[in-house]
Design a protein around this ligand. Structure first.
Ligand code: ADP
Ligand code: ZN
Length: 638
């Protein structure tokens, strides 16, 4: 069962340790101080804090520190934005996401919040202007790139104003073991020394216990309130399919389930990013490439278009996406295997921040396992590093091959075991069959034994040729038609054999070595050969079922769940929003989120008061857009 994130005071799935932080303001109805709740309602137009937000906000408002682990889309920003408005002075937000600061500031300004940023993209004049605003107390929030803090001038500047709190966003960047280490983050340990009285909150969506300990140590947050939120993202459907013809599979997935939707397609290499983007564009699906090898300008332009326009597909390496808070990303597709479950969860977490149905889709095959194992083996790191990388990969492969609920496995990995089957992942919606693969495994492994006796090692394809009795040129030339296992595996197709090998590799009953990814026996292979261990395998789905939508709960287009008249109004409101956003030069979601427009479409308000009562319509937006939106509603009904 998926536990939906609770509104209000929900604390399910939370692990906490509280120390130090005394909450001084009395709790109001949902546990947050009344002034914090006031701010939430007035500025954001949201009725309640979600999940753990209230507790975190109270701690910071009361002068305490906090370490917050919340999944992407969980609502981390409000945890420091609200206290920055409640406390005297400016909330200083340290973020590595320089490219996004301008958008974040735009979004805050649209809410009537006074915000600014300081980073290397600005001209000296712009910087001076922001500094002056900070010094004269005119900023509620100031975003800073971490490297700024190393500059003595920055510390002096901060001393010249009043700091309400420090928020350290993407706090896992301080972890040297993590996948996203930024040396500049190490300098953040000065915050507690230099400004001991200023509350600090570190936030991240990367969540293993190890990472958390490292963040707490490095940022001196051992005494802070620790909050580990419920990591479930119930609106995301997880699907992992066996890779066959990945492009065709991707196309079928996009056409069948996400026509017209915005989404991200992740590829491992720059070349495949460009080829895939070109392929989708050829097929009539508007797609843009993004990778570190592209011009800075091109990257910035593609990112801006993805954020601002509706329905674009971004094909990218993992260089893209950190901090992308576009709420209406409807799918995240992986054409190659991510390196770890942390990476997978962070990348897929970029889908559906607005809580609407979304899909995480991954195509995965034998070549992926071979390639990743090879990359680990040939990496520069020391033995401990390689072992760690191999463990990360094993955990991910176990997720790919599981015959039980994927969400349950993911959550267990993040320290939430026993959540039960979710009903919203492929293994729940369409349970895979498993079969006894012991005999085929023995046939394969004994082929390896026989070739090893001759001092020979080969890749998967050659073994399949031998087993299927395919006297290819190479098999003949090498005299492998004489191997006693030649032709004993004709009962399985080539695809099925690839599935067997993939799964043996995933479970460590087989491994690969060397530049060519040759197959090798492992310590556990013998157990299978001697009949001491049975091998259960996941049945490869027949080709037809794999191609596209498999009857699961397909994510719906934004308007799909609305009754007809409201759906029409919703489309009209989206058109109004697109025009308004374009005129203001901001992304559409800065004007209003889909969820808010949907609520407006359903309520069809005729007065400012009615409109102001809708979730997501705060005071500043009501003033700025109220007339426009009421006119759009009136035009629709008139
Ligand atoms: P994160 O930074 O954790 O990825 P965000 O702060 O971007 O998440 O929040 C995700 C979405 O949820 C945003 O669209 C935000 O406006 C919305 N949200 C956050 N808190 C609340 C709340 N208390 N009520 C309603 N919507 C909320
Ligand atoms: Zn499930």
């Amino acid at each position: 069962m998926c536990v939906a994130r609770q509104d209000g005071n929900g604390r399910s799935g939370s692990v906490e340790r509280e120390a130090g932080a005394d909450v001084v303001l009395g709790p109001a109805e949902d546990g947050a101080s009344s002034s914090a709740l006031d701010v939430l309602r007035r500025v954001w137009g949201y009725e309640h804090f979600r999940g753990d937000q209230a507790r975190i906000v109270d701690t910071l408002v009361g002068g305490g520190d906090a370490l917050v682990l919340m999944p992407t889309g969980g609502g981390k920003s409000l945890c420091y934005q609200v206290p920055s408005l409640v406390r005297e002075g400016t909330g200083v937000v340290v973020s590595p996401l320089i490219a996004l600061m301008a958008d974040q500031v735009d979004a805050l300004e649209a809410l009537g919040v006074r915000a600014g940023f300081l980073n290397s993209t600005q001209s000296p004049a712009q910087r001076r202007e922001t500094e002056a605003a900070y010094l004269s107390g005119e900023l509620d929030l100031l975003y800073l790139a971490p490297e700024r803090l190393k500059v003595p001038d920055t510390a002096r500047l901060l001393d010249g104003g009043t700091i309400a709190l420090f928020a350290i966003d993407e706090a896992h960047c301080v972890s040297q073991w993590g996948h996203d280490f930024r040396p500049d983050y190490l300098a953040l340990s000065v915050l507690s020394e230099r400004w001991p009285g200023v509350p600090r909150v570190a936030l991240t969506a990367t969540a293993t216990a190890e990472t958390r300990t490292e963040i707490a140590d490095r940022l001196q947050l051992n005494e802070a309130l620790h909050v580990v939120a419920d990591f479930d993202r119930p609106n995301i459907t997880y699907r992992i399919v066996a890779k066959d013809n990945p492009r065709a599979q991707l196309l079928a997935f996009l056409r069948g389930e996400h026509a017209g939707d915005a989404g991200i397609v992740y590829c491992l290499s720059r070349a495949s990013v460009e080829q895939t983007a070109a392929y989708l564009t050829d097929q009539g699906i508007p797609a843009l490439p993004y990778h570190a090898g592209l011009d800075r300008e091109v990257r910035a332009r593609n990112q801006a278009r993805f954020l601002r326009e509706d329905g674009l597909v971004m094909v990218a390496t993992i260089a893209f996406g950190m901090g992308i808070d576009k709420p209406d990303v409807r799918f995240v597709a992986h054409l190659d295997l991510p390196k770890s479950i942390e990476g997978y969860y962070q990348e897929t977490g970029r889908a559906g921040r607005d809580g609407q149905p979304s899909t995480a889709w991954l195509a995965y095959g034998l070549a992926d396992v071979v390639q990743q194992r090879r990359m680990i083996e040939s990496s520069d790191g020391d033995a401990a590093h390689r072992r760690r990388a191999a463990q990360h990969l094993d955990a991910l492969l176990a997720l790919c091959e599981t015959v039980t609920c994927r969400r349950e496995q993911l959550l267990a990995y993040f320290g939430q075991p026993g959540t039960g089957a979710c009903g919203n992942c492929d293994t729940c919606l369409d349970p895979p069959e498993s079969w006894d693969g012991t005999v085929p495994a023995q046939k394969l492994l004994s082929t390896l034994v026989r070739l090893e006796r001759r001092g020979q090692r080969y890749g998967a394809g050659h073994h399949i040729d031998i087993l299927r009795g395919n006297a290819s040129q190479r098999v003949t030339r090498l005299g492998h038609t004489d191997v006693s296992t030649f032709g004993i595996g004709t009962d399985l197709s080539e695809t099925e054999w690839r599935g067997v090998i993939r799964q043996l590799l995933a479970t460590g009953l087989l491994t690969v070595q060397g530049e060519y990814g040759t197959l090798c026996l492992t310590e556990t292979s013998g157990e299978v050969l001697r009949g001491e261990r049975t091998v259960r395998l996941r049945r490869e789905a027949p080709r037809a079922a794999r191609a596209g939508g498999r009857g699961g709960r397909a994510a719906k287009a934004p308007a799909a769940e609305l009754p007809a008249p409201a759906a029409d109004l919703f489309e009209r409101l989206r058109a109004w929003r697109a025009a308004t956003a374009k005129e203001a030069g901001v992304p559409a979601y800065v004007v209003f989120h889909d969820a808010t427009l949907r609520a407006v479409a359903l309520a069809s308000p005729t007065t400012t008061a009615d409109l102001g009562g809708i979730s997501g319509v705060g005071a500043a937006k009501l003033e700025r857009y109220g007339d426009g939106i009421l006119a759009a509603v009136a035009a629709h009904s008139g």
